[in-house]
Design a protein around this ligand. Sequence first.
Ligand code: MV4
Length: 505
Amino acid sequence: MIKKILVANRGEIAIRVMHSCREMGITSVAVYSEADRNSKHVRMADEAYYIGPSASAESYLVIDNIIEAAKKSGADAIHPGYGFLSENATFSDRCKNEGITFIGPTSEVISIMGDKISARKKMVKAGVSVVPGTKENLVSDEDALRVVKEVGLPVMIKASAGGGGKGMRLVRTEEEIIPGVRAAKSEALAGFGDDTVYVEKFVENPHHIEFQILGDSHGNAVHLFERECSVQRRHQKVVEETPSPIMTPELQAKMGEQAVMATKAVNYVGAGTVEFLVDDDLNYYFLEMNTRLQVEHPITEQVTGIDLVRAQIEVADGKEIPFKQEDLHQQGHAIEARVYAEDPYSNFMPSPGLIQNISEPLGPGIRHDGYVYSGYTIPIHYDPMISKLIVWGANRDEAIDRMKRALYSYKLSGIKTNISFLSRIMESEDFAKGGYNTNFIAKNEDFLMAEREIDSEVEDMAIAATFLAFIDKTGIGTNSNKEDANCTENEWKAFGKRRGVMRLY
Ligand code: MV4
């Protein structure tokens, strides 16, 4: 029986995992790097172990250090969260050899799915619809020309060791084939130390729709419906929702069945995600399988009522999935918006630093999975995601309205965030209509980039409040500091913006 879990991660996901541990009466163990001494996941855990310098490569990615902490603490299981070592076959294997339960699939399954050619082969054999293309590695230029002709232009050249958009090349014309394959190969070699590439038919304007799956060690597998993840920027998801606005009962039944087939084909034990591309005619194609808990898992939890981390722990502990497919239903609608410490108006440059004040949204249907607090300094070393704002509504319109309210009341000062950009997504017509695809952000760039107009009355009040705060803080404009008495309104505004006072509305 699992009694003590080491969480080999940081930030919001470490905290999320610990919430389930606490509810299950399981002792939690945190690990932390130098930069994370004051992080919330360390305070929240029952125990914490230092694992090295701030750089992930010297701490969260060092298998020996994590195993050493697990041994010292007497943890009987390790939850890897997402990112870091979560899809590392060597780590899964090492845990097993050390007698520690890895909360995730076996190293064999991670390896199969990590190699995109082998994943495609496995899925074809299991009867899953994959993107038309080849199974083989392209070695020579002749290979490339022949195979691309077979598949038919346009095509995507992809790195077998890649995934998530890394090492991809779009080829539209015959002249581009050889340079495209060569470029993809050298990119793959530089990025992954492996120049194996394959060809897929290019799916125009696809929707990215993924299915949550769960498998146990007794041969059971279920899906927990889909997540629409087409709102992405540079292969980084920004907003996800479930159900997908383009889903139909028929399509859901077919894709869900395929996701379960994929799960059973590899005897998958744990929570995972089967990604599909879906075109405008609702043709769907297996893309890849993620063998971890995903960032966006909460929207599935909100509409199914299932605690996915609890389920992961139970199946890792050898138990059967405690529900059947026919017991699962989607109730209402959930949306997640990822809040990043970045400046959308300066090319989304990361903006780590001191959070002067955070006041997060509350109220019915709102879930906030975060880890930062007022006075916390976001380290430069890790992902700039601050939190995930998840809303639930009885239907899609209610969920969108709720997300707007949540975003408008989210106050975060000291650093730049993408909160106003997220608000614009919620306000956009294309999002409201719901038929958007992976081109959504590019297509709506002008609208999304226009900063929210601030209601002028509220702005006046904010300026007045800011002015008072400015005087209070600096003494400028008072008798004690006559010299600066003529400071301008813009200065107050700038001061207010830095303090987050302009976000009062
Ligand atoms: C594709 C594709 C079109 N056709 N494959 C990007 C991320 C990686 N997981 C696969 N990706 C794509 N693969 C074929 N055969 C278009 C994309 C793609 C994309 C996919 C999902 C979400 C956003 C995307 C943005 C650009 C391209």
